[in-house]
Design a protein around this ligand. Structure first.
Ligand code: PHE
Length: 518
């Protein structure tokens, strides 16, 4: 089908038309220049044509040397040092007289460079020439060559270094494509029919036409989504399934003797979200592709310095029988503010606090839980949202084992209506051993993943200052997951967020599949 964007359509025509008579387009930038088209339009056309196999393309990077603003001025007028030299008469000139001929900033550069080149003597009374002539302005000549050719092939490395150091030239790296004809190449995009019409049937055209694929998964036009606008009160109601499970979970935790952790900070530092949890600074989860970092305020104001020092040491060189990760731990990374990616950030703060208390009074075992919002830079689909809720539980006591963890998980999930559990070994930077939790789902007839768990590593607990023989077992899961399973909701976007269909929430009573009534 012809592209509806006229710029892209022109770019497409240009690319396909050119390939009719040429084997390839070696460089999309040169091509765009020659065709007098915008490179972004050409690149978009190439990507789209590649998707439909009209063309095959490869990404290329191209390095171009460009003159900076200062470089451009020197290319036109010559360098300050040569202009200075030429302004000094044979018999010399006073510095004041000489200075009058130049702008202050240019004069400063001119003097510095001329002195460096040993062209000029700055005497007490007079500025004089040290050499007879400066034949040509070498720097200007180099700049003009670079300006014309945009390449530096026959210019020496030293010259390039010197020009770069003086900030007269800079390297620009551009991404582009090389393009060839693809499997479905045609000089023009074929028009694809979107409908089969009576005319086509009568004329017989239908036989030769290509048809656009139907998207059989597309939902029909929404009918009763008038309430979709975001009215805060209604959203709360829309989320009622989520809310019900949240309340149920809170009751379960309270019945099991757990105390709630304070979760009222969506913004967290990388330190508490990652570093305190022994998550190395190169870990992919710490990339902006996975985590939302804050622009303002971009860094945290305060961290407990002595503890930061211990965390740095355990990452860099280990301790407490650990080897650490052996890399250069950077404070700037730890300071970066983010939207917390898990409520384990809250757990790490709580455990640190508990360790502080231990310095004053004897250690007492603790059970904590939290249910609150977390954020991840995820592509949104049926089962993932960029913000969701996490449930987290932890027990801190002497002599805990993996058996205790399995036992408490059995207790917890069976209270939720999921008693058939299986565990699979897993990996978390902050727990060892770690286990994924699977629950049997009657409706689906299979085990589905419902959570993640483990025993916090000594590398996390000992720098906090907890006693050596204290262990912590913990688990976490998303609130949306059991809600979806228990209420038979198959698209997370029906449950939480701006796409919730309020009409549906208002009309349909909630049908609870697995939960026992209280
Ligand atoms: N923080 C983990 C997650 O984001 C869950 C977890 C909590 C795992 C505690 C182990 C221990 O999935």
């Amino acid at each position: 089908m012809a592209d509806s964007d006229p710029k892209r359509a022109t770019a497409e025509e240009a690319v396909l038309g050119y390939l009719e008579n040429h084997d390839d387009i070696p460089d999309s930038h040169l091509f765009a220049d020659q065709a007098k088209l915008n490179h972004d339009d050409i690149a978009n056309a190439i990507k789209s044509l590649t998707g439909h196999r009209y063309v095959d393309s490869q990404e290329i990077t191209k390095e171009t040397w460009l003159l900076t603003e200062e470089g451009k001025t020197y290319a036109v007028h010559g360098t300050p040092e040569v202009r200075l030299f030429l302004s000094i008469p044979q018999q010399g000139i006073t510095k004041d007289e000489l200075q009058k001929k130049f702008d202050a900033s240019v004069f400063k550069i001119a003097c510095a460079q001329a002195a460096k080149n040993k062209w000029v003597d700055f005497g007490k009374q007079l500025v004089t020439r040290k050499i007879q002539h400066v034949d040509n302005d070498k720097v200007q000549t180099l700049l003009l060559r670079i300006q014309d050719a945009k390449e530096i092939q026959d210019i020496s490395q030293d010259d390039i270094k010197a020009l770069t150091k003086r900030k007269l030239i800079s390297l620009q790296v551009k991404k582009g494509f090389s393009v060839r004809r693809g499997l479905n190449y045609a000089p023009q995009r074929k028009k694809v029919a979107t409908d089969l019409t009576r005319d086509m049937l009568q004329s017989g055209d239908w036989k030769d036409l290509e048809y656009k694929d139907f998207n059989l998964n597309a939902k029909g036009a929404p009918t009763e989504r008038v309430f979709k606008a975001i009215f805060l009160n209604d959203i709360a109601e829309a989320e009622s399934a989520n809310f019900q499970v949240r309340k149920q979970l809170k009751d379960i935790f309270l019945q099991m003797g757990f105390g709630e952790m304070p979760t009222n900070n969506y913004v967290e530092s990388s330190f508490w979200n990652f570093d305190a949890l022994f998550q190395p600074q190169q870990h992919p989860a710490r990339d902006s592709h996975d985590t939302f970092f804050l622009k303002v305020p971009s860094t945290t104001k305060e961290l407990p310095e002595d503890y930061v020092e211990r965390v740095k040491r355990i990452h860099e060189s280990g301790g407490h029988q650990s080897r650490g990760y052996g890399y250069d731990w950077k404070r700037e990374e730890a300071d970066k503010n983010l939207l917390r990616t898990h409520t384990t950030a809250v757990s790490s703060r709580m455990l640190y606090k508990l360790a502080q208390d231990c310095a004053q009074k004897p250690f007492t075992p603790k059970k904590y839980f939290s249910i609150d919002r977390v954020f991840r830079n995820e592509a949104v689909d049926r089962t993932h949202l960029a913000e969701f809720h996490q449930i987290e539980g932890l027990i801190c006591d002497r002599g805990l084992t993996l058996g205790d963890l399995i036992g408490v998980l059995q207790d917890f999930f069976s209270r939720l209506g999921m008693s058939d559990l299986k565990f699979k070994p897993a990996y978390n930077p902050y727990t060892e051993p770690s286990m994924e939790i699977f629950g049997y789902h009657k409706g689906f007839g299979k085990y589905v993943e419902i959570g993640n768990s483990g025993m916090f590593r000594p590398e996390m607990l000992l720098p906090m200052g907890l006693p050596e023989d204290v262990s912590v077992i913990a688990w976490g899961l998303s609130l949306e997951r059991p809600t979806m399973i228990l209420y038979g909701i198959d698209n997370i976007r029906d449950l939480f967020g701006h796409k919730v269909d309020l009409g549906l929430i208002k009309k349909n009573p909630i049908c609870r599949i697995g939960l026992e009534s209280d």
